[in-house]
Ligand binder design. Structure first.
Ligand code: FDA
Length: 399
């Protein structure tokens, strides 16, 4: 049972309280602090920015130069436009360069630190002026609004302010302390929450597909399709099913019960096996596939297709069908590896409840929500941090 907060004499008063010292919360604090506001950032963990520290394999893929609304999923695809347009990847890059942090583009517009993700956390803390208190080991357990004031209880201390920002992220990677606290709080204030589900997450295979688990460790460049989305990147077979960037991206568009289509021979069309037969009639399907795919994968696909004779003995029709099958191999995942392995959460505080300009709740003046807590989810590749920065700035400038 939660202790209810009352505003007493030992209450620390601020202009705004930000819940969560993650990417969005720290950015919001820096911006609001720079306008002279007294800000408390309350963080449950022993240090700020823990997800930033582990991101991008420790080098933080801090933005994507191509980030735009098209790379985000939300019940309202227009919601993110305003904040993303007002704080762009170039703006964040300017900040990174102002702090002398060396960076590089890895692939597909993904920008990483040359050194360490620690530099990004330090940069955000350095951007916070003296009017910002980042208070760690402050586990927020209760919030009430009394008149125009939000009263917050965190690890036995009480805080009060006329504005409150929910920046506690989503429930992905509970091992790191991630929870659905943002949703509880939103519901407490009467805000709708779009059903959260794991995204950027490996898919599990069952049934007949389970045989593909034998390929654990094999990866290949593919086009992965789910719903209307298609991603040209690597797929990786795992001991539970499918992973790798192409699959993680597709997972955000996949719904339980649906199929995922994998194109193992991107862009080759229907005729390439017939042409191979004309050129080399003595060759076996397995051999042709091995020229394009890792041996174990080529063998497994050839075995499942079942053309065992030389290509010269296979009818053209069967080879065309095989080419089509290889261009759209259907898997029916049994599920995902869940929040335990999800890089982000899809869903969250409904955008219909918030102003797209300021992130303030329409029906609760003074209450804001930013970052992953909100129903805006980016692709893999720096897009989620860009949303955290942009939404943090939108709220930070409006507090
Ligand atoms: P974030 O989760 O960063 O911060 C929320 C904070 O609130 C946490 O510090 C938490 O401890 C605190 N909190 C929660 N409940 C609380 C409570 N009750 N009281 C007080 N504090 C509380 N994205 C990207 O763009 N590029 C990348 O390279 C990666 N890499 C990556 C790797 C891994 C392993 C994961 C799990 C995720 C990524 N991401 C990523 C996604 C990215 O980390 C994520 O989108 C942002 O961290 C979201 O920022 P937020 O500030 O919204 O939440």
């Amino acid at each position: 049972m939660r202790a209810l907060v009352t505003i007493g004499t030992k209450v620390r008063k601020f202009d705004a309280i930000i819940l969560g010292a993650g990417a969005a919360g720290l950015m919001c604090a820096a911006r609001a602090g720079q306008r002279g506001l007294r800000i408390a950032v309350l963080e449950r963990a022993e240090k700020p920015g823990k997800k930033i520290l582990i991101s991008g394999g420790g080098r933080c893929n801090f933005t994507n130069i191509d980030a735009g609304p098209a790379q985000y999923l939300s019940a309202n695809p227009h919601f993110a436009k305003s904040a993303l347009a007002r704080y762009t990847p170039r703006d964040f890059l300017d900040l990174v360069e102002k702090h002398g942090i060396a960076w590089h583009e890895k692939t597909l517009g993904q920008l990483f630190c040359d050194g360490s993700a620690k530099q990004i956390v330090q940069m955000l803390l350095d951007e916070c002026p003296g009017s910002v208190d980042v208070i760690c080991k402050a586990d927020v357990t209760a919030v009430v609004k009394e008149g125009d004031t939000f009263a917050v209880s965190a690890s036995g201390e009480s805080y009060a302010a006329p504005a409150l920002v929910i920046a506690t992220g989503g429930p992905s990677i509970p091992k790191m302390g991630a929870t659905g606290f943002a949703y509880e709080l939103a519901r407490q204030f009467g805000l709708k929450v779009v059903e959260p589900r794991p995204a950027l997450v490996p898919l599990t295979l069952g049934g007949e597909d389970v045989l593909f688990r034998e390929l654990s460790g094999v990866s290949a460049p593919v086009t992965a399709r789910a719903g209307k989305a298609a991603f040209d990147e690597a797929a990786l077979f795992t001991h539970k099913g499918l992973s790798g960037p192409a699959i993680l991206q597709a997972s955000s568009y996949w719904r339980a019960g649906e199929e995922v289509g994998i194109d193992f021979r991107a862009g080759e069309g229907d005729e390439w096996l017939v042409e191979a037969k004309r050129e080399r009639p003595r060759v076996h399907l397995k051999t042709v596939l091995r020229e394009h795919l890792p041996d174990r994968l080529a063998d497994a696909l050839a075995e499942r297709i079942g053309i065992e004779s030389e290509l010269g003995n296979a009818p053209d029709k069967a080879l065309r069908e095989t080419a089509r099958k290889l261009a759209d191999w259907r898997f029916r995942p049994s599920g995902t590896e869940g929040f335990a392995k999800a890089e982000v959460t899809i869903g969250g505080i409904a955008t219909s409840e918030l102003s797209s300009k300021t992130m303030e709740a329409r029906k609760v003046p003074g209450l804001f929500a930013i970052g992953e807590a909100v129903d805006v989810t980016g692709w893999l590749g720096g897009y989620n941090f860009q949303w955290a920065w942009a939404s943090g700035v939108a709220a930070g400038d409006a507090l």
